[in-house]
Design a protein around this ligand. Structure first.
Ligand SMILES: *Cc1c(COP(=O)(O)O)cnc(C)c1O
Length: 235
């Protein structure tokens, strides 16, 4: 059985306390880090809890799952895509998501731009970068990031708001933590370089999940994407 709302509320309160602690330790304003609950694999009730708790958005990693859930939950939330997107699903994704965090190729940029333009909208996006050089992870390679950004900035129907990454796992908890710090510091450096080179702000850094959000906040994250700590383990 899925958790009840009181369980969710207690976990969300605790998580927000830990976020504030991490912000204080890093000398950051707690208002500068947003919590994006990740509802993937969980029932529509997960998204309903997020509305009731008063948070504005959820993250999903599959297009069709999110389309179905959004139809059940309604438009009280913004829906963000955080999982890999194939170009042939760009049209559906552009129609149903309020922001796409997983834009990782020029081909996808062009498909999304055409779909958003056809739909008469400007679609917010983040560029996903493989900042941890993880061979198993999606995301554009750091050396390809400047071209990807230039291509995205050239699309009037897209608005590039920042970057996203996922840290690679290590063989041990210590190694995982070291990878996370290195990956998040690297993404911030890549953002600073790109912002200077292209003279755009790129304010959002989407980095940090259940296991590594405190490290991500220490390295400048503005969006943490958290599933397990809020909703429990996935099947
Ligand atoms: C599932 C997922 C998350 C949430 O992971 P947890 O460890 O459950 O917090 C965050 N980001 C992405 C891209 C995901 O796919």
């Amino acid at each position: 059985m899925f958790i009840d709302f009181e369980t969710f509320r207690a976990r969300a309160d605790k998580l927000r306390g830990l976020m504030q602690d991490a912000c204080r330790a890093a000398g950051r304003d707690p208002a500068s880090v947003k919590l994006l609950p990740v509802t993937k694999t969980h029932p529509p009730a997960a998204a309903e809890y997020v509305v009731r708790y008063g948070l504005p958005a959820v993250g999903e990693n599959r297009v069709q799952e999110a389309v179905d859930k959004r139809a059940a939950v309604g438009d009280a939330l913004r829906w963000e895509l955080i999982g890999h997107l194939q170009s042939n699903k760009a049209k559906l994704a552009a129609a149903h998501f309020d922001r796409i965090q997983s834009v990782d190729s020029e081909k996808l940029v062009k498909h999304l731009a055409r779909s958003a333009s056809d739909q008469g909208k400007v679609l917010p996006v983040l560029l996903q970068i493989n900042a941890g050089n993880d061979p198993a992870k999606f995301g554009a390679e750091p050396e390809d990031a400047p071209r990807l950004l230039e291509t995205a900035l050239a699309q009037p129907s897209l608005r590039v708001e920042g970057l996203m990454t996922i840290a690679p796992l290590g063989a041990t908890p210590d190694e995982t933590k070291a990878h996370a710090r290195r990956t998040f510091a690297n993404l911030r450096r890549i953002r600073d370089d790109l912002a200077a080179r292209c003279a755009v702000p790129l304010p959002e850094l989407s980095m940090g999940m259940t296991g590594d959000f405190a490290d991500a906040i220490a390295e400048g994250s503005t969006i943490i994407r958290v599933g397990t700590a809020l909703f429990g383990p996935r099947e």
